[in-house]
Design a protein around this ligand. Structure first.
Ligand SMILES: Cc1cc2nc3c(=O)[nH]c(=O)nc-3n(C[C@H](O)[C@H](O)[C@H](O)COP(=O)(O)OP(=O)(O)OC[C@H]3O[C@@H](n4cnc5c(N)ncnc54)[C@H](O)[C@@H]3O)c2cc1C
Length: 499
């Protein structure tokens, strides 16, 4: 057996048992990469290394990669990935850098691939657009706006394409389903440097596996996304409520889940509650949106006005402006941590979990910059069925039947990394206790959404046995040497067995 084959055999064993194999020192990998693709590498200490390495939303995700690789084409990514596999170099892939999970999109002892240079945006004549993996959603909406088109994708300007591998809640979810279900083609660089196009007709199993399977299969270089029609102007904005209005808002949030989001699929609301530790104030500030040519608020969104927001920015707007407006306040460089779980929409549980979260948040409000965010995000029966109609994904949501699911988001922000030990374990414990409460009340759904999960939540396991078995079969076909298990720490790994 040659050295190369021995390394591959070890890697395959590692893939099977979830073990890590010894990797080549990063400095060697960086030198090999520099020799293969000169001019694309930023070394530690070089002018732009620190700037590029700090371009992450959460300060917890800024690590110390051995070097940074900034490709400008799929072929360059392919050469690099082959080199990484052949030499057992560790690496990480960054899209828009908005995951709050340390190590999901960065590495301490490997090469960081940043995708900003993969910035293609090309409209096809088949109601689709090819976008490079380095895009963020604001510029994509800006690009498509003049042709009255949009994509089913992220709602906040600087968030990246990583959500096209996990799930993807969007402005159009009630009508068109999750973002993953609107990816017509993934252009994927496999472990051996082969570039494949995974779609319903070409590599269909890989296409389906990527719809929730995340970074377990390859580096995505381009996405072909289905486009949908939008009017000249979208009706949307943000509604704000203060503490005294929140009980009425809770009713509207529940009604939105089980009635308005179901019966008027052009609506979109992202109900968000925020607690500011410094001011001890709680508000609701919810992005609100209607995909129609309107000049006043439609009946389906009227309950949000009836609850009398103290501020309401609803107007005729461009999508890019809404994406920018909604992102205001989500600053870079702070400590971020998040966790999530899913329930069948339940009014009493919505109330109780938010009440208990507020009680918990009070205990930590002395921490500098402390902020708590809680969201209830519906996934309607139609959204799930859109996924089925588009070839299926691996999330395991079909069993929810005619009941609307709600993705419950819990997020914390604060200033200093030195406070993480005080807060993170207690936060995890709190959310776990809410999961148990949901279980006791019979409202829990097992699904854990990739995009909002905490680092130790069992995302892929939550998709269920059948989907895990399918994902493992696809893994054998497309990543037999376990490159994306052993060399890429990534977000959430496909478990070697069980679920
Ligand atoms: C302010 C804010 C707003 C958000 N809004 C939404 C929203 O509207 N809808 C929603 O569903 N989610 C939303 N999210 C969650 C967001 O979708 C996830 O954080 C997502 O992972 C971000 O993708 P990214 O490319 O920015 O992240 P990154 O941190 O760069 O990547 C996330 C994961 O994807 C992997 N990855 C990225 N690109 C590639 C690639 N080309 N090939 C292989 N793997 C890759 C990374 O390795 C990493 O594991 C939001 C988050 C924040 C902080």
């Amino acid at each position: 057996m040659t050295l190369q084959n021995s390394i591959k055999a070890l890697a395959a064993l590692g893939a099977l048992y979830g073990a890590t194999v010894a990797a080549v020192p990063t400095a060697n990998c960086c030198s090999l990469l520099e020799a293969a693709l000169p001019g694309r590498i930023l070394s530690i200490g070089s002018a732009n290394y620190a700037t590029v390495n700090h371009d992450f939303w959460s300060s917890t995700t800024v690590l110390s990669p051995g070097c940074i690789f900034s490709p400008t084409s799929s072929q360059e990514v392919a050469r690099a990935v082959k080199l990484f596999t052949d030499n057992q170099c560790k690496f990480a892939v960054r899209g828009g850098g908005h995951s709050a999970v340390p190590g999901a999109a960065n590495t301490n002892d490997g090469v960081l691939i940043v995708t900003e240079g993969l910035n293609e945006r090309t409209v096809t004549n088949e109601n689709s657009v090819w976008i490079g993996a380095g895009n963020t959603w604001g510029p994509v909406y800006d690009f498509l706006g003049p042709s009255h088109k949009a994509v089913v994708a992220g709602r906040y300007y600087p968030v990246g394409t990583g959500l096209l591998l996990g799930a993807g809640l969007s402005f159009f979810g009630n009508e068109l389903g999750l973002a993953i279900d609107n990816v017509r083609t993934y252009e994927v660089v496999l472990y051996n440097g082969t570039i494949v196009h995974a779609s319903a007709t070409s590599h269909p199993n890989l296409h389906r596996a990527l719809k929730g399977g995340g970074d377990n299969y390859g580096v995505i270089t381009r996405y072909e996304l289905m486009t949908n029609n939008i009017p000249d102007w979208i009706w949307g904005g943000m509604v704000y409520y203060n503490q005294s209005q929140l009980s009425q808002v809770e009713d509207v949030v529940y009604d939105y889940h089980v009635d308005k989001a179901v019966n008027d699929v052009k609506t979109h609301v992202l109900p968000q509650y925020g607690f500011n530790g410094t001011t001890n104030e709680t508000i609701n500030f919810s992005p609100i949106f209607y995909n129609g040519a309107l000049n006043s608020t439609p009946a389906a969104l009227q309950p949000w006005l009836d609850a009398q927001p103290y501020r309401n920015t609803m107007r005729q707007a461009q999508m890019v402006d809404l994406a920018r407006e909604f992102n205001a306040g989500f600053e870079y460089g702070l400590v971020q941590v998040q966790r999530t779980f899913t329930i069948y929409a339940d009014k009493e549980f919505f109330h109780d979990v938010w009440y208990q979260f507020q009680v918990w948040l009070q205990e930590y409000r002395h921490i500098p910059g402390f902020y708590g965010l809680h969201c209830n995000m519906p996934v309607t029966p139609n959204a799930v069925q859109e996924g089925v109609r588009n070839g299926g994904n691996v999330l395991g949501l079909e069993g929810a039947g005619s009941r609307t699911l709600s993705i419950l988001y819990f997020g914390l922000t604060f200033n200093n990394l030195s406070d993480t030990d005080k807060v993170f374990p207690a936060f995890a414990k709190f959310v776990e206790s809410m999961i148990r409460l949901a279980e006791q009340r019979g409202v829990r759904h097992p699904y854990i959404m990739w995009s909002y999960a905490g680092h130790d939540q069992r995302v892929i396991e939550s998709y269920g046995q059948e989907n895990n078995d399918f994902l493992r079969r696809v893994k054998q076909d497309y990543d037999p040497a376990g490159t994306f298990t052993n060399l890429v720490s990534g977000g959430f790994k496909l478990p070697a067995r069980g679920y």
